[in-house]
Ligand binder design. Structure first.
Ligand code: GUN
Length: 295
């Protein structure tokens, strides 16, 4: 079998167009422009690209967007001060602090300090707790994007066996919670695997839908999947490519060539999950603005 490609760019463009309509309606009805603040500490090149793309995408759908870039030696207190002043501004309905943060900053302290009603990343413990408790408010953007890719291509996870490789707070854990909700686009039987999992391939071979969020290239190989699986590759790994001007290329966590021989459908890297993450961040920001306007 040669897998069908799940085109994240196309689906993300559809979502962004829907968000743009919502933004326009809000401007006309309430005279409010949804606003997003994005905070980056340090000069990690990959993070800088993500932050620029988030800001650009927000502006493109008609939102206000500001990115705040702070030097790598910014103290935790200084960062908390910036977060407080941005989120107390009524012009910003959503705020996110790009992760990872430099080692001298306690990431949890920063997430705890976010206003849960403006936490469009869905990483504040209140929003995580609501998701775990079956009352989601803001769901992290990558899990939401994965769900939308499945649903919008006719691959509703309802009743399917979903295997997730990776237990991060930002992808693995929330996507497990999301897809096991008693709700449309969910109702899956979910298994989460991680670095301490024994007999990994025996578990991944049971997956109807396999979500790879491991963080190392080509970790899922053809022998680890069954025929007809749907594969969602969350990995974004830089690997050396001396023939390229940049000196690197992006590759996922899945051995794309091998796995796509067996899979029914697969997301490419780049052009799969990445664009969806940004689109769903915009969706969450519009939701935050609606919460502020309508209560
Ligand atoms: N770093 C990588 N992905 C994300 C994300 O979705 N949100 C934040 N805040 N940082 C990230």
């Amino acid at each position: 079998m040669s897998a069908q490609l799940i085109d994240g760019k196309k689906i993300a463009a559809d979502v962004r167009a829907e968000v743009a309509v919502g933004v326009q309606e809000m401007k006309e009805r309430s005279r409010v422009t949804p606003g997003l603040a994005v905070v980056l500490v340090g000069d990690d090149p990959a993070s800088a690209v993500y932050v620029r793309n988030k800001q650009r995408a927000a502006l493109e759908v008609g939102m206000d967007a500001q990115d705040v870039r702070l030097p790598g030696d910014t103290s935790q207190e200084q960062l908390l001060g910036h977060v407080e002043s941005l989120q107390s501004s009524p012009g910003f309905h959503g705020i996110l602090v790009q992760l990872p943060l430099p080692d001298h900053i306690d990431e949890r302290a920063v997430l705890d300090a976010l206003d849960p009603l403006k936490d469009v990343d869905g990483l504040h413990p209140e929003n995580m707790g609501r998701l775990a408790g079956g009352r989601p408010r803001f769901v992290p953007a990558t899990p939401l994007g994965i769900q939308q890719m499945l649903v919008r291509t006719g691959r509703d996870p309802d009743g399917k066996r979903v295997v997730i490789c990776g237990r991060s707070e930002i992808v693995g854990k929330p996507v497990a919670l999301l897809l096991m909700q008693r709700a449309y686009g969910a109702n899956a039987t979910v298994t989460v695997c991680h670095t301490r999992t024994r007999g990994l391939a025996g578990i991944t071979r049971q997956a109807d839908i396999l979500i790879a969020a491991i963080g190392s290239p080509a970790s899922i190989t053809a022998d680890m999947v069954k025929e007809g699986v749907t594969v969602i590759d969350v990995g974004v790994n830089r690997v050396d490519a001396p023939e390229r001007k940049s000196g690197y290329r992006l590759t996922g966590d899945v051995d794309f060539d091998g796995v796509s021989e067996k899979a029914a459908a697969i997301t490419p890297v780049p052009g799969g999950v990445g664009p969806m993450t940004i689109a769903m961040l915009l969706h969450n920001t519009l939701t935050a603005a609606r919460l502020a306007v309508n209560g």
